[in-house]
Design a protein around this ligand. Sequence first.
Ligand code: NAD
Ligand code: G6P
Ligand code: MN
Length: 443
Amino acid sequence: MKKFSVVIAGGGSTFTPGIVMMLLDNLDRFPLRTLKLYDNDKDRQKILGEALEILLKEQAPEIEFLYTTDPKTAFTDVDFCMAHIRVGKYAMREKDEKVPLRHGVFGQETCGPGGIAYGMRSITGMLEIIDYMEQYSPNCWMLNYSNPAAIVAEACRVLRPNSKVLNICDMPVGTLRRMSQIVGKKPEELEVRYFGLNHFGWWTSVKDKEGHEYLDQIRDYVSEHGYLTQIEVDTQHTDPSWQETHKKAKDILAVAPEYLPNTYLKYYLYPDYVFEHMKEHPEYTRANEVMQGREKHVFDHARKIIENGSAEGIGFDIDAHATFIVDLARAIAFNTHERMVMIVENNGAIANFPDNAMVEVPCIVGVDGPEPLTQGNIPAFQHALMFQQVTVEKLVVEAYVEKSYQKMWQALTLSKTVPSAQVAKELLDDLIKENGDFWPELH
Ligand code: NAD
Ligand code: G6P
Ligand code: MN
């Protein structure tokens, strides 16, 4: 079997060790010859790099491993780049979540003003790593988790239309695990139909391989419990704030009960509720929860491995997030034609939605990448919400390209999460100040 060379961009990410563990777990299905980490923060990456070097020496010494901040070393001779960078790191995520609160609007990593601000930062970092990849390994695929995926995907469509970049999100797979628990099946036994934008979609069908439809059964469950399940099958989204989010799916479903909603719709359908909730502890947002939780946990484990000089007895968690990206690499590498929900250019997949919108739909994935499956026409309620949101995402990318203050103001004004043009302007001026050189200068 062919052996592959993989670089993880954003090597210092809290998700890097989980993906490495998952890769090691899958060597029989997806063999590796080289594994590299790349980051532009040397000190942060070094901790995970050193620990993983020890772990790999013990568990898979045949794989060449290195970590680097040099783009040429990182991107030369690679088949896949698994990317998850966070431009501005946790310090800026904290601002994305806290700045909007000053203006009476909730703050979130990928939705509303926080997501818009993060989008403006991410585009520059994404273009940088795409260009490195194409310069040093022109045939490489980038499998990209870097957020906000909707804006990043639109930026790729506009600015790097021919690049081999696939944008993905782990929320549909994480939630499918919960659905599988609800109906007593394994996730891989279920096949879905789904339409939407990233962090903005609905399941229209959840069937087993024999064709039995579980939509009604899952709807009954969600209308009572949301996506809260007894056993934590989705081990990634377990912190108290996530439990709250899974529970809230019950109220999202109540608005449009025909389909099963993505949990992220709470930010668009219940923004006032999210804001009131955040106002109770404005100094402690999700960024703080992660810094004291996942980030601390992952880096503490890495430090322990370095201190012991061995990874024996110290593992890292593997979750749906890692499973999905490794399965995707495998689908391309071995032309498996697996069915996966991905972010792609619409081109008729949602019949009554613009061709040039980046949408999230099931695709068949093989050696040439994803082939979207047609989802037909969608109802007016979902269509109107999606059209408003996709226009926000397009305006952000246009604002980035044209360095346009006016278009950013329009993007924030149009976001369903912002109450008026006045608030949007005040927010924009504050975001410009707080994001400094991370944003292009707008005029
Ligand atoms: P993190 O801050 O721990 O890791 C991100 C790393 O990227 C940092 O080490 C940082 O130094 C590095 N980085 C920033 N800019 C860079 C650049 N230009 N070049 C190279 N490296 C750069 O963040 P995290 O919480 O582990 O999340 C990582 C990313 O994955 C985020 O964008 C997050 O939103 C995303 N994510 C996406 C999904 C999804 O569903 N698409 C799921 C989980 C996480
Ligand atoms: C889900 C989403 C990701 C998002 C993540 C945030 O997995 O699909 O896009 O980045 O949640 O999780 P966190 O634990 O960092 O708040
Ligand atoms: Mn996501």
